[in-house]
Every structure is written in structure tokens, then in C-alpha cells.
Ligand binder design. Structure first.
Ligand code: HEM
Length: 422
């Protein structure tokens, strides 16, 4: 159990005495050192945040697929503990999100089926050419800049943003920078630290984002097209369609998940390659490695580091009893470097690793990422393209700035010198 001084430290944002400590110096540069220590000493760790942290692949995989668990926050004993959050919710008459990410079966099953009807593998595979075109445009924009180029601002963010924006068929009145700032605030709710400290901001941004999406849906009803938003409005199964709230919350989810994650696949992936020039050279010279390299980059520095489950009934994991209502954070990033799963070289980057795709970066079980095929396509069309167009590309700093997020781990910027443009 955590000491009371650790509980006070969390409240004050001070370093903790043990366990997983996001306040420790250097945590965001390298959380993997802490994960390793936990995996070796306390793989089922009870944190002073009041949560369990799992760091072994087998435990995470097991819990993600365990019946009798929930993703609905209302089932958590932590719900209501954050008085500021509760008050802000009451003041604003907030309602529970109906996005599939926070909904359990049977509603989850029904809504996911409807959303999947619009978001089909065929829709994704048709996008390949367009994604390549957007990537080329972004690299033209990078080449036109003088001095070091920030690959987050120039490529890693705008590419997935533009792709999901076009896929949904959003009206042009929706302004990218404004939406980015809203989505960056709203997604802080996923982060155990930021959710506690930035409560009011998160509510204000969620409300505003809801209005933007509502307006887009209204507009789309009058301007249907060959796009995902129209398909979601029209999706029907056994005579049922998505309710207005379900539609709004799931469009919001697709919009946010569509770029707040892939930005980190591209950013973290490029950083890993630039820090391992031998691996970058291997990939640059051999397109047959593209798909495997993306799997390895997803494994090596996972864009989403944690997922969560709440116990609806008591269960045991690695000999530890989790009680009803307790919240378990499954450490996807930690699990992906577990030597019991990936062998003694688990901490190393190896784009030829045959079992890299056993990572759980997209989760597992009924909530497995709906956008995995799109994210993989975007990774494949972007990351090797940078290396092939700019064969001398190199980091312009040894210490790029991280975004300070535990869950959506990524870079705030990635300055590079592009070198020769082929
Ligand atoms: C769910 C990761 C990209 C849409 C998830 C989950 C993870 C994840 C870990 C499962 C959460 C859980 O088990 O609780 C990622 C990563 C991505 C990515 C690492 C990029 C590299 C995308 C994209 C989209 C998307 C591009 C859509 C455009 C979704 C949706 C869900 C989901 C809708 C909810 C599925 C459900 O609850 O049934 N994602 N995602 N994701 N993702 Fe992704």
C-alpha cells in the first residue's frame, strides 16, 4: 500500500517515494526505466493515485480480455472522489459519453457494430493513394522551410488530422488549429495526472468541441456525401440507427482518436529511427521492411501507453486480488517491452523482429482499436517516406521536448535537419 506521504505528494505534484512516479525527473524522456523496475519488483502495483498498474504483457493481455470488467467510469470507486470534477460536471449538467471507448456490452456491441458499418476495411484501403499524396505535400512543405524543421508541426500532426477530417467529410468551416487545441485539452481526461489538475479546462473544451461536432452533423444532414459522417448518420442495423448523442460522441471519438494517437506513432517512430541510424538505413533501403517496421515502432514506443479496466466482480491477477470498483491501468507500453514475451532484446529496436506485431499497442478484446488499419497505413506511408526522400535526415537536438502525457505519450516537437532532398 502507498504511504500517506505518497498520497500527499500526488496532490502536490511532488516526487513519490516508490512505484510509478510521473513526477520523477526524466520520467517523460524515458518511462521505460520505471516500467522495467516495476515489472521486476512489483508487476501488480498499487499506486497512490488509487489505481493498480500492470506492467507485464501476460497480465495486461489477460485483464484487457477479462469478462466481468468495465470501461464505464461510473463503475469505478474513484468516481466521485475528485470533488472538483464532480462539481464541474454537476454545474454543467454533464452527461455520460456514449462513445464506444467508455461503453460496455450490450450497448458497446450494438454501437460498435453500427460504427464499424461506416468504418470498413474497404474504406481504409481506398485511402492509400490519398494518404501518400498528403504525405508528399507535407514533405514539400518541410523542404520549403529554412533551418531545422519540426516534424511534429509539419508532418506528424497535420497528416492524420487532414486524413480523418477528409474521411469524415467535415465542413471547411471547422478550423484545424482551433480543433487541435480543443482536442489536446479534452484528451487530458485520459491522463491520471492531468485529469486531476486541469478539470475545469477539460470541461470547457469538451463543451465547445461538442458544439463544433453537433454543428458539423447538422450541416452534413443537409449536405450528405460519400464520406464517413454521412455513413454514420445513415448506418442501420436491424432497423436501429445511432441516436443523436451516440452519433455525436462517436464522431468525436473518431475525430480525436484519428489524430491524437497517430501523431505519436509518426513522431515517436521517427525519433526512434533517428536515434538508431543503422535501423533507419535498413528501412530506407528495403521497402519490404515497411509493414514490419511500423509494428516494431508501435511496440518500441507505444503511442498509447495505458488502457484501463474497472472490476465489476473481484478478480485475481498474478496472485493479487482486485476488488469490485477498483481501476486497473494496463501498461501497454510496459507490456510491449516485457522480456518474457519479446525475449532478452525486448528493450532494443529491431525492425526485423518477427513477433513485433504481438504488441498490444491497439489494446485487445472487444475494445481493440477500430482505427488500427488506418493508423498502420498512415505509419507505412509516412515514416519510410521521410527517410527515402531525405536520406541524410538527422536530429537537430538530442533532447526533443515531450508532451508531458502519461497515456498519449508523444513529442511536443521534433526538430530535424533534413539534409539533401532527393
Ligand atoms: C480504441 C490505440 C489510432 C479509433 C483504441 C484502444 C487503443 C488504441 C489502445 C483500446 C482502448 C481500450 O482497450 O480501452 C490506438 C493507437 C493508434 C490508434 C496506438 C495509432 C497509432 C486510431 C485511429 C482511429 C482510432 C486512427 C480512428 C480514426 C479508435 C476507436 C476505439 C479505439 C473508435 C474504440 C474501440 C472500442 O472501444 O470498441 N485505440 N489507436 N484509433 N481506437 Fe485507436
Amino acid at each position: 500500500q502507498p504511504s500517506s506521504s505518497d498520497a500527499e505528494a500526488v496532490a502536490a505534484g511532488q516526487p513519490l517515494s516508490s512505484g510509478l512516479d510521473p513526477f520523477a525527473p526524466g520520467f517523460y524522456d524515458d518511462p521505460y526505466a520505471q516500467y522495467r523496475h516495476l515489472r521486476e519488483t512489483e508487476p501488480v502495483h498499487h499506486s497512490p493515485f488509487g489505481l493498480w498498474f500492470l506492467s507485464r504483457w501476460a497480465d495486461c493481455h489477460h485483464v484487457l480480455r477479462l469478462p466481468g470488467t468495465s470501461v464505464d467510469e461510473r463503475n469505478s470507486i474513484l468516481e466521485g472522489r475528485n470533488e472538483a470534477l464532480e462539481q464541474a460536471a454537476r454545474d454543467r449538467g454533464a452527461r455520460r459519453s456514449k462513445s464506444i471507448l467508455g461503453t460496455d456490452p450490450p450497448d458497446h456491441t450494438r454501437i460498435r457494430k453500427l460504427v464499424s458499418k461506416a468504418f470498413t476495411p474497404r474504406t481504409i484501403s481506398r485511402l492509400e493513394g490519398r494518404v501518400a499524396e498528403v504525405a508528399d505535400d507535407r514533405l514539400d512543405a518541410a523542404a520549403a522551410q529554412d533551418g531545422p524543421v519540426d516534424l511534429i508541426a509539419t508532418l506528424a500532426f497535420p497528416l492524420p488530422f487532414q486524413v480523418i477530417h477528409e474521411m469524415l467529410g467535415m465542413p471547411d468551416t471547422v478550423e484545424a488549429d482551433h480543433l487541435r487545441s480543443l482536442s489536446q485539452t479534452v484528451t487530458q481526461v485520459l491522463d491520471p495526472v492531468l485529469a486531476m489538475t486541469n478539470t475545469e479546462e477539460i470541461f470547457v473544451a469538451s463543451e465547445e468541441l461538442g458544439k463544433v461536432i453537433d454543428e458539423a452533423v447538422r450541416w452534413k444532414r443537409d449536405h450528405p456525401g460519400d464520406d464517413l459522417l454521412t455513413a454514420l448518420i445513415e448506418a442501420e442495423d436491424d432497423g436501429t440507427t445511432l441516436s443523436d448523442e451516440e452519433l455525436r460522441d462517436n464522431v468525436t471519438l473518431l475525430y480525436l482518436a484519428g489524430h491524437e494517437t497517430t501523431v505519436n506513432l509518426i513522431g515517436n517512430g521517427l525519433l526512434a529511427l533517428l536515434r538508431h541510424p543503422d535501423q533507419a538505413a535498413l528501412l530506407r533501403d528495403d521497402p519490404s521492411l515497411d509493414a514490419g517496421a511500423v509494428e516494431e515502432l508501435l511496440r518500441f514506443d507505444s503511442p498509447v501507453q495505458f488502457s484501463r479496466r474497472i472490476a465489476l466482480e473481484p478478480f485475481e491477477v498474478a496472485g493479487v486480488e482486485v476488488a469490485v470498483g477498483e481501476l486497473v491501468m494496463t501498461g501497454l507500453g510496459a507490456a510491449n517491452r516485457d522480456p518474457e514475451k519479446f525475449g532478452p532484446t525486448a528493450e532494443q529496436l529491431d525492425i526485423t523482429r518477427p513477433d513485433a506485431n504481438h504488441h498490444i499497442s491497439f489494446g485487445s478484446g472487444v475494445h481493440h482499436c477500430l482505427g488500427a488499419a488506418l493508423a498502420r497505413l498512415e505509419g507505412r506511408q509516412t515514416i519510410p517516406r521521410v527517410l527515402r526522400r531525405f536520406p541524410e535526415v538527422a536530429l537537430a537536438t538530442d533532447t526533443p521536448e515531450w508532451n508531458g502525457r502519461m497515456v498519449l505519450r508523444g513529442l511536443a516537437n521534433l526538430p530535424v535537419d533534413l539534409g539533401r532532398d532527393t
